[in-house]
Design a protein. Structure first.
Length: 159
């Protein structure tokens, strides 16, 4: 069974935050209703997970309401692996040259393509199956490494 706080999406937090009129009580109520529609849990578990979000620094709760800490959320999203199963209809090669100062991004990319069972030919040349999902291209764009990655479809010669 997965942790409940994983079921609270960024969209849930944003909708609850914007709809709550800066009321902590209303935000909790809105989050509870949104999450409870997807998964039936008890109220105690829900509030425990709100506490975990506060403890991790993703949200801040005070007398004025709940504040979403954008940098923390962005950093949590930034290096999270994309758990989508690939179709594996085409062989593809991924070649990348990510600068040393972007070490975390490079580590995320290697980890992601390992998750998809790509084989390393060299440290920055990987062979696997695709096509890659749209979410991957969106993340690469978000991380600012779009120009550092080249993806090629491998086809047999007709000769």
């Amino acid at each position: 069974m997965s942790n409940y706080h994983e079921d609270i999406t960024l969209t849930d937090v944003i909708i609850a935050f914007l709809s709550s009129a800066r009321s902590t009580h209303m935000m909790h109520k809105i989050l509870w209703e949104r999450v409870n529609k997807r998964r039936l849990i008890n109220r105690s578990t829900f509030y425990q997970n709100i506490y975990r979000l506060k403890k991790k620094g993703i949200i801040e709760v005070n007398g004025n309401g709940i504040k979403l800490l954008h940098e923390k959320v962005k950093n949590n999203y930034k290096y999270k692996f994309i758990n989508i199963k690939l179709e594996k209809t085409n062989k593809i090669i991924i070649i990348f040259d990510i600068p040393e100062k972007e070490r975390k991004v490079r580590a995320w990319l290697r980890g992601q393509i390992k998750l998809w069972e790509f084989t390393m030919i060299q440290k920055s040349v990987w062979l696997g199956f695709g096509p890659l999902p749209k979410e991957f291209y969106d993340r690469v764009d978000f991380l600012g490494i779009k120009e550092c990655i080249k993806i090629f479809k491998v086809e047999k010669s007709t000769k």
